[in-house]
Design a protein around this ligand. Structure first.
Ligand code: GLN
Length: 481
């Protein structure tokens, strides 16, 4: 059977269901791996050693009582990690921010409940850029996570802890959240499959909100199949999230083997030409060629407004963040400043937020407040929404000529820790290929597409039509063969 931690999630679930392995044995193997690797990678904010083993024992007990069945729950005994911006009842949920120190959520996010209903074992909460604002995990109040492929480099962000945990096999699969690329970019940097589902596909109930019109939860996994398995478990309507869609969820595993014969892959040549690393260009060209050889047709498309996506994203995301983060005021939960006798409410708010938020979060709250303020609203926020509509139209036109749009996931492979921390604009520019999927709501996947000359993973991205994740999985699977 090979080493447990090397196995695919699907194989683990099958072995646990048939009784070939126990959930306890699986859980122990991954916890041992965490003990060995975590010091090198720093992927976790919390590891739930005892809780995970107790849950594994309970699953084993239930399975013994019910007898071995190969058609057990789809994630039976599969160890998963959650980005630490998803609420877990009674388990610290920090968003890697000082302001949520000591916060114990009274309930679990819908995705957590669904993963557990599918038999998964939550093993830990992973590090992120504070409130998911960043592209490298360096904005975490708890310190940066390192890329397991090269620990002098970033795993990407903001779901860098989830990506590093899966890439170093400390868990089988993980969930991230993606507001502007935070699942796909770390997936690309760590050699994984990462999926940003269609807006509304996955419930956001229990996700600490960053930018509510952009946020989506999705899987990070070693293969398209494992990512499909996880998305299957978490997707679908949730009455607790008013933006979650009632669109039926198809069978993603069944779609995996559909192939790409006749699939029209749109390539926005002009957009992809600028500022992209040579190794990434090469990997992108090779991926396109492999799809073509497998029966896909490449068509040239244009996305005339894609070059405005970064400014549009950083206006809308900061505006929404400034509103969402107003709730962290020291009154209801999390950190509150020490109060002196003379201090009033105003001092309490000011000092709590000053002490609780890091530099990048403050920068965004200020930017967002500015672009929403009277006199600037029309010039910035409204204008950004108008260009967002033009970008949506670009994709609508493109999808008349093609079925998916291909781009690199990132302009470069993983950069060095510290390389972009002094220059927020450079950091923001690394999201150039990912933010459009969030602004349009379209689903997108990052797929491993080989290594750079210095042996760093490179990712290729496909964006699909609304609710057509199935085609993305099928195309990803072709590239994996
Ligand atoms: N890097 C982008 C940002 O800093 C995207 C973050 C995300 O998707 N959460 O906002």
């Amino acid at each position: 059977m090979g080493a447990i931690i090397e196995q695919r999630a699907r194989a683990i679930a099958r072995d646990v269901a048939t009784g070939a392995r126990t959930a306890t044995e699986v859980c122990q193997a991954f916890l041992d791996r965490i003990r060995a690797e975590e010091a090198r990678v720093s992927a976790f904010n919390t590891v739930m050693y005892e809780r995970a083993l107790a849950r594994a024992a309970a699953l084993d007990g239930a399975r013994q009582a019910g007898g071995g069945r190969p058609d057990g729950p789809p994630l039976l005994g599969v160890p998963v990690a959650l980005k630490d911006n998803m609420c877990t009842a009674g388990v610290p949920t920090t968003a890697s921010s000082r302001i949520l120190r000591g916060f114990l959520p009274p309930y679990s996010a819908t995705v957590v409940q669904r993963l557990e209903a599918a038999g998964a074992i939550v093993i830990g909460k992973t590090n992120l850029d504070e409130f998911a604002m960043g592209s490298s995990t360096e904005n975490s109040a708890l310190g940066a996570t390192r890329n397991p492929w090269d620990v002098s480099r970033t795993p990407g962000g903001s779901s860098g802890g989830s990506a590093a945990a899966v890439a170093s096999r400390m868990v089988s699969v993980a969930l991230g959240s993606d507001t502007g690329g935070s699942i796909r970019q770390p997936a690309a940097f760590c050699g994984l499959v990462g999926v940003k589902p269609t807006y509304g596909r996955v419930s956001r109930y229990g996700l600490l909100a960053f930018a509510s019109s952009l946020d989506q939860i999705g899987p990070l996994a070693h293969t398209a199949e494992d990512a499909a398995l996880v998305l299957q478990a978490i997707a679908g309507h949730d009455p607790l999230d008013a933006t979650s869609s009632a669109e039926p969820v198809p069978d993603y595993l069944a779609a995996l083997d559909r192939g790409v014969s006749g699939l029209r892959i749109g390539v926005p040549r002009a957009f992809v030409g600028e500022g992209v690393d040579a190794a990434v260009q090469r990997a992108f060209a090779e991926a396109l060629e492999r799809w073509r050889a497998a029966g896909a047709r490449l068509v040239d498309i244009e996305l005339p407004h894609a070059r405005f996506a970064i400014p549009v994203y950083y206006l809308i995301a900061t505006a929404e963040a400034s509103s969402n983060l107003a709730r962290y005021d020291g009154v209801r939960y999390g950190h509150r400043t020490a109060l002196g006798r003379e201090d009033g409410l105003r001092e309490m708010y000011d000092r709590t937020r000053d002490e609780g938020f890091g530099a990048e979060v403050k920068r965004r709250v200020m930017l967002g407040t500015y672009v929403l303020s009277a006199g600037y609203y029309d010039a910035y926020y409204l204008k950004a929404q108008q260009v967002r509509t033009l970008l949506r139209q670009d994709y609508a036109h493109a999808f008349a000529a093609c079925d998916v749009v291909a781009m690199p996931t990132t302009p470069t492979p993983a950069f060095k820790l510290g390389e972009k921390t002094d220059d927020p604009i450079q950091m923001y520019l690394s999201d150039v290929f990912t933010v459009s999927a969030n602004l349009t709501g379209l689903p997108a996947i990052s797929i491993p597409a080989g290594l750079s000359p210095d042996r760093l993973p490179i990712g290729v991205q496909l964006t699909g039509r609304m609710f057509d994740e199935a085609t993305l999985f099928a195309a990803a699977h072709v590239l994996e063969q």
